[in-house]
Design a protein around this ligand. Structure first.
Ligand code: FMN
Ligand code: SF4
Length: 453
């Protein structure tokens, strides 16, 4: 790192190294520090005034930023919480001299808004992170992927890249690209397929993108929030990063609060914050019966159980959940959890690439049976078939799409077991038929073969 204080500590000058302090908001917000201070999106002059230019590194062997990411304990914010340093290392050590970095800004999860908010409010942190990651792995190409229907966002980002290049700030030109907007097009292998000229459909792994990515080159695919944190770690170091969060889950993270809260939106919290407190950032929740934790590949939990958990990977794992796409959706008692789940499953079934057995057969059958349970008449045989299908979905697709849908369905059957019994004996409840949908499930036209390019 460039900070003398770390160097002083290593050289043993006999005093504790001072941890450099990065800008933070009143609640410790880091990515949103600028937004909290000014209430407006940070343009380039403001970004440079707050953070300065890109830090430079003295390199001997492994790039110091990879070691810093490892010491910081940075994990991916795109869903799987994989250690970022391990991914950086895998690409940096690849045998091929040409390497690629892809920033995943697709945010295909309909209930999530965190990546769009970050790209709007602190875009230069993301762009810095892409360039720093490219430098760390020795990449000569860098892409930022934005879903093709977010035209204004992509245009604004292209203008920002041009402005940075005009000022000679970036060592390579980030290319803003717009893959088609389907739920599975944002999966890492789908993005690299599309960037290499193919369809935006997931491919079987291995090989991982770190081995064979865009045009067969070793490729780092990271979520945009992950890269923004990397840009802060490069400036303020791992100790500063670890000064929020827990020892096991360091740092802060963005959360989208949706559903029965007065002020839904995107908030930045430290990992380890009690979930009850995270939710209260959106105001006092109204009569909540359950919480969907993690998004559409996530887990329904009863409100009381969810409130008592700590918001972090290990904290949520206690209840079989994880932060996933960073969504907390609060279900009011006036809504039906089975109806909400049925609509999301139908959406997920329609969004698959229909390449693998579970997406061609199991997922549509599960969605159909679930809709029958939620909105129609369902007997015990159908209910048992539903459970069998759900159990057969995971681990059989090229990507984790069926696994995610199965997790959602299984958690709904468990958390809403009482409602399942009522629907079985008396048919759909009034809420299933009358309450307005809470979770967005865009009713898209069926995806045609030509729509994947
Ligand atoms: C069906 C599916 C959809 C995904 N959509 C996204 C997405 O919209 N944004 C994202 O960052 N990661 C998404 N992921 C995860 C990516 O495949 C990949 O793991 C992630 O971008 C890696 O970044 P990270 O290590 O920084 O989390 C998706 C995964 C699956 C299986
Ligand atoms: S599991 Fe489904 S979404 Fe994933 S690659 Fe196979 S068909 Fe496509």
């Amino acid at each position: 790192m460039t900070t003398d204080t770390h160097a002083a500590g290593r050289r043993g000058y006999g005093r504790r190294p001072r941890v450099p302090r990065g800008p933070e908001g009143p609640n410790g917000e880091r990515l949103f520090a600028g937004w909290m201070a000014t209430g407006r999106a940070a343009d380039l002059p403001e970004h440079l005034a707050r953070y300065g230019g890109l830090p430079s590194f003295a390199e001997h062997g492994e790039h110091p930023l990879i070691e810093a990411a490892a010491r910081a304990g940075l994990t991916g914010r795109g869903g799987a919480a994989f250690p970022t340093a391990t991914k950086l290392r895998a690409v940096a050590r690849a045998k091929r001299p040409e390497r690629v970095v892809v920033a995943n800004g697709m945010e295909s999860e309909p209930a999530a808004a965190k990546d769009k908010a970050l790209l709007r409010l602190a875009p230069h942190l993301v762009l810095d992170g892409i360039l720093l990651a490219a430098e760390a792995v020795g990449a000569t190409e860098a892409y930022l992927c934005i879903a093709d229907d977010r035209v204004a966002l992509a245009r604004a980002l292209r203008e920002m890249v041009a402005e940075r290049n005009y000022h000679g700030l970036d060592h390579i030109e980030i290319q803003v690209r717009t893959p088609p907007h389907h739920y599975v097009s944002s999966e890492a292998s789908a993005l690299v397929n599309w960037l290499g000229g193919g369809e935006a459909k997931p491919a079987t792994t291995p090989p991982r993108t770190a081995e064979r990515g865009v045009a067969g080159l070793p490729t780092l695919v990271d979520n945009v929030e992950t890269l923004a944190h990397l840009a802060l770690i490069a400036r303020y170091g791992p100790d500063w990063f670890r000064s929020r969060g827990t020892a096991e889950s360091p740092g802060s993270t963005l959360v989208t609060l949706a559903g029965a809260v007065p002020a839904p939106g995107v908030y930045e919290v430290a990992y380890g914050t009690p979930l009850r407190e995270v939710v209260s950032l959106g105001g006092a929740p109204r009569d909540v019966q359950a919480v969907l934790v993690g998004g559409y590949f996530g887990t329904w939990l009863p409100a009381g159980q969810a409130a008592a958990l700590e918001y972090s990977g290990p904290g949520l794992a206690v209840a079989g959940a994880n932060p996933g796409a960073g969504v907390l959706a609060l279900l009011p008692s006036t809504s039906c959890g089975l109806a909400e789940t049925a609509r999301v499953l139908e959406y997920l079934a329609g969004q698959s690439a229909r390449q693998c057995g579970p997406c061609r057969f199991g997922l549509p059958a599960t969605a159909e049976d679930f809709a029958q349970l939620a909105f129609g008449r369902c007997d015990r045989a159908a209910r048992e078939r539903l459970e069998r299908h759900v159990a057969l979905l995971p681990g059989r697709g090229a990507c984790k799409h069926p696994d995610g849908a199965a997790r959602l369905a299984a958690s709904a059957l468990h958390t809403f077991a009482h409602e399942v019994r009522r629907h079985l004996s008396a048919g759909p409840c009034p809420a299933a038929l009358q309450a307005p949908p809470l979770l967005p499930a865009p009713a898209a036209a069926p995806i045609g073969e030509g729509d994947w390019r």
